[in-house]
Design a protein around this ligand. Sequence first.
Ligand code: PFF
Length: 461
Amino acid sequence: MSSVSATTKTTSVPKGRDMFASKLGVIVATLGSAVGLGNIWKFPYLTGVNGGAAFVILYILCTLVVGLPVMITEHSLGRTARADAIQTFKKLAPNSAWWLVSGAGVISAFLISSFYTEVMGWVFAYIAKAIKGSILSSSPEVTSSAFSSLISDPVQSLVYQWIVLAWIALIIGLGVSKGIERVVKALMPVLFGILLVVCIRSLTLPGAVEGLRFLFKPDFSKVTGATVLTAMGLSFFKLSVGMGTMITYGSYFHKDQDIPATAVRVMLSDVLVSLLCGIAIFPAVFAFGFEPGAGPELLFITIPTVFSVMPFGRVLMPFFFVLAFIAATGAMLSLYEVPVAYLVGSHGWSRKKATWVTLAALVVVGTLPALSGSLTAHIKVMGMNFFDLFDWLTSSILMPVGGLFLCVFAGWRWGSANIKAALTNDGALRNEKVVQAFTGLVKFVTPMLVLVILLAGLKII
Ligand code: PFF
């Protein structure tokens, strides 16, 4: 056993604090946070807009050298402190301003939740539309006007968002192991099953190979600083890191959970799901001659049209939107858990009260992006409506800045001895190489890269 006398001992679990019940539960819930609309909606549309394979490669590289180390950092800090995101910093660096890093994270969680629940609301509406057959059309004009009439109707936009919020609040109210862990564990296999069926259907279409070429044959000539920043932002968004979600989840890990191995499994599975979503979508888009660069509407305009014209597409379409809804549920649960854990842990509120207050706050903040296609459409900040602004601000600024500070904190303030203690489970695991590689990344490589990509992406350097 290595000596850990100079390190912060992992806090024992405070009495009454909920935990993930099993090791598999930890992986599934963490994967449930990572896998979401990021894979099904954001990854495909950003890949489509940014020219395909080159963007996919940049996203995977950023995931390896930025997203993964930040995830390991967050799990380590959370499990050591056994506290919500803000208390974690207050415990590990008392009487300092470091807690502001997760303070900003709680704000990010709110901003993301506010537009995420709106997209989930559209997905929910599309399940019903796909079953009824009202978005079945081979003409993009018809599916486009169906989408426009949904987002430009303030009542529908708000009601669907509220339905989603109520669904998430219900599960959160049940607790960590009985709510989050149980629901995500039940839904994950369904998600993989539906995804595989849609992939096989897409790949067996005549002309599918063009879509695979788009996804896997890179052309780096169009890559700019902004493209790299977008890819890095996606890697943060995908792994739910840079804002305290994974600190909160890490605080529910058992003391013998292998943190690096868990993070690597989650990261690999998440990348795999993104690629499968690409394989489900692009071959079909190309086979029917559609434009891959349709933007955020890809999922709601192009995809219904593609399903409408492909054999068995009409049967598969409702399942596809159910898949998106399931995936988004696990991710949204982890976003909602950040403020709830904070209100319970730092203010001693009951879980029920914290769930209700967070719900009320999300209903209020969510109004801004929800009405971006209607009542607040004319309000532009830096040329963006609230929906686009919240998305850009979180993925391109707040999460990378949060990730940068998390690395600097872990590498330079918390220090190598504490990192080693967390990654080896206080000396129980023999993984010296992993510890060494991680320490080098988190101290030097990851923060430097984040800084350079951030400054170049914002055209500051
Ligand atoms: N990772 C989720 C997705 O890809 O859909 C989004 C997300 C969830 C971001 C939780 C941040 C977060 F804290």
